[in-house]
Ligand binder design. Structure first.
Ligand code: NDP
Length: 250
């Protein structure tokens, strides 16, 4: 059995780096065309698009801030115009800006919620009408195990990730009768640039929690996203699947 996404058009938010980069390449290797967005890293995003093309499918790298409702609608309209529609949406773009709750600023709170939570709403809202019209579609959101359990110094981030779980389950309910699957993937600690900035003590604590004894790799998250974006998972919706080596059994 093979994951076959040939002829599908995918949009991946935050595809220029880390987990998003791996998701773009994995979707392309399964046969999907991939449009990715980014906010800052244009050269990196273009390099990912080149790698997608090298895998044999079409690619678009588009600068669009996920926190902007207008940008999201504009990007989905552009991809739809060029390729005829969006079959797969992967909401992945995210940031963290940690601080203990007694020191967290309004700016820290607003920035993380706007990117991580509103950013997912913006893209789901933009693709939902056309998926509903076609009575098909796959939406995969990237949350975090910290959205389920909370995390020291991450009130804004954990709240955004918990919000994504509520958003995902509600969209699964709203869109299920139109044969649209909406699921979340909850990674544990994965080796990416976001994590490269984390103190060694955070990585050591994670390693002590992870049953499989090592940090995860972006490709290991991407593989699960491809499965959920495929018809192999057509009877799976409203679920949150941990990809964390057993870091959090909840
Ligand atoms: P990275 O920091 O490596 O990459 C983040 C991506 O999001 C980049 O491509 C960045 O693009 C993009 N991005 C950030 N803000 C915006 C914005 N406003 N508009 C458009 N794109 C934006 O992060 P990871 O790969 O580590 O994380 C990816 C997702 O996985 C996030 O949602 C994160 O919360 C989640 N996650 C990660 C874990 C980990 O251990 N790494 C664990 C659990 C969840 P650019 O910089 O070019 O703007």
């Amino acid at each position: 059995m093979k994951i076959d996404l040939s002829g599908k058009h995918a949009v991946v938010t935050g595809g220029s780096m880390g987990i998003g980069n791996a998701i773009c390449l994995a979707l392309a290797r399964c046969g999907a065309d991939v449009a990715l967005n980014y906010r800052k890293h244009a050269a990196e995003a273009e390099a990912v698009a080149e790698q997608v093309r090298a895998a044999g499918t079409k690619a678009l790298a588009i600068q669009a801030d996920v926190a902007s409702f207008k940008d999201a609608q504009w990007m989905i309209d552009r991809v739809t115009k060029e390729w005829g529609g969006v079959d797969i949406l992967v909401c992945n773009a995210g940031i963290n800006w940690d601080g203990m709750i007694w020191k967290m600023t309004e700016e820290q709170w607003d920035a993380v919620i706007a990117t991580n939570l509103k950013g997912y709403f913006n893209y789901i809202r933009a693709v939902a009408p056309q998926m509903k019209e076609r009575q098909s579609g796959k939406i995969v959101t990237i949350t975090s195990i910290n959205g389920k359990r909370g995390k020291l110094g991450q009130a804004n981030y954990a709240a955004s990730k918990a919000g994504i779980i509520g958003l995902t389950k509600t969209c699964a309910r709203d869109l299920g009768k139109f044969s649209i699957n909406v699921n979340a993937v909850a990674p544990g600690l994965i080796e990416t640039d976001m994590m490269a900035q984390a103190p060694q003590s955070v990585k050591d604590l994670a390693l002590s929690e992870i049953l499989l004894g090592r940090l995860g790799k972006p490709e290991e998250v991407a593989n699960v996203v491809c499965f959920l974006a495929s018809d192999l998972a057509r009877h799976v919706t409203g679920q949150v699947l941990n990809v964390d080596g057993g870091q959090f059994l909840g």
